[in-house]
Design a protein around this ligand. Structure first.
Ligand code: MTE
Length: 323
């Protein structure tokens, strides 16, 4: 089957899709109207589909203080774009999954920490979020499809979760897994995909200061289509590494095989670090289309985060670090 060999998101943006971007704004407006989010003055609240997030039991925690260490040289992508243009294959193999993703029940939600750790545990998401040292960071996000955005994520450094788990000496990698529930996520009925979505990092990557566990965005709990209630943001890697709606972190001695690596191992690898000089087998990675403005800008090595992360790969030159 064609889709088995070439997932939709792996095909670069066509002019048609790019031209459809304003539609994304319209879609979001309709969503806001449906949620009663239009202010009395008739202005559209930047908050997006407010109802679901108002019910979030951690909503009182946001907005959180911005950590100014994480500076950005671009404008923040307007929230409407981020809410209406998503990759979340569980809800469909196209970008307009926002409405379908509202079926995801994000409470109750537990997160399992297991494998080679001193402290195996299952934690309730609200306990985890309330105990975490939340902060806001502005990060670039570069999808392997050659589009990009800039997002104000809220969350906490992943190293706090690693410290909480106390990995044993044998633990070299962290395998992360998304929920599995085909009754709410129709994409998971497509049995040719190796569900659930899985991603992995080395312990060194996960404890690098940039690795961030996201609980919020744009000053409130993260929207379902963006990966509520807990997703990863590793901005120096292609976007598919930033797994959404995480239910488990397993510490392991073996390198996990990630979802897209299992489907197309010659196109998507474990490392997936951004590099404009290493083309995807089917398209160039030299430039990217900025979501919201449609401007085309040069892509940067490690998506501009080389200073913080290049050292992680110093002894690994023989590895396919950029796919
Ligand atoms: N996580 C899950 N569970 N399922 C997915 O399909 N898509 C990935 C990543 N995380 C995906 C996922 C890809 S390809 C990208 S580019 C980002 O999520 C997109 O995040 P966004 O929709 O918030 O832009």
């Amino acid at each position: 089957m064609l889709i088995r060999r070439r997932p939709g998101w792996a095909i670069p943006e066509t002019a048609r899709e790019a031209a459809a971007t304003p539609e994304a704004v319209f879609f979001n407006r309709r969503q806001i109207l449906a949620a009663g989010g239009i202010g009395l003055a008739g202005t559209i609240l930047p908050g997006g589909p407010a109802r679901a997030q108002d019910q979030d039991p951690t909503a009182d925690l946001y907005p959180v203080k911005r950590n100014l260490t994480f500076k950005i040289d671009r404008d923040i992508t307007p929230e409407e774009f981020n809410l209406a243009y998503n990759n979340f294959y569980e809800f469909g193999s196209h970008k307009r999954i926002a409405r379908a993703a509202q079926r995801l029940q994000t409470r109750p939600w537990t997160v399992r920490i297991d494998g080679e750790v001193e402290r195996k545990m299952t934690v309730d998401i609200d306990d985890l979020i309330r105990k975490a040292p939340l902060e806001e960071r502005l990060y670039r996000h570069r999808c392997v499809e050659a589009w990009s955005m800039t997002v104000p994520w809220s969350g906490f450094a992943m190293r706090h979760l690693v410290e909480m788990a106390r990995p044993l000496s044998g633990a070299k990698y962290i395998r992360m897994e998304t929920f599995q529930d085909p009754a709410v996520a129709p994409g998971q009925k497509q049995s040719w995909y190796p569900w659930p979505y899985v991603e992995g990092l080395t312990i060194e990557e996960a404890t690098n200061d940039l690795a961030f566990l996201v609980t919020g965005a744009y000053g409130k709990p993260v929207a379902k289509q963006m990966g509520a209630p807990l997703r990863l943001a590793v901005p120096w890697k292609y976007g598919f590494k930033s797994i959404k709606s995480i239910v488990a972190f397993t510490f392991t001695s073996e390198r996990p095989q990630s979802f897209w690596e299992e489907i197309l191992p010659n196109e998507y690898g474990f490392w997936a670090n951004v590099n404009p000089q290493v083309p995807h087998p089917r398209w160039s990675q030299a430039e990217e289309r900025v979501l919201g403005t449609d401007e085309t800008v040069p892509t940067q090595l490690y998506n501009g985060y080389g200073e913080q992360v290049a050292g992680l790969y110093s002894g690994l030159a023989s590895e396919p670090l950029f796919m």
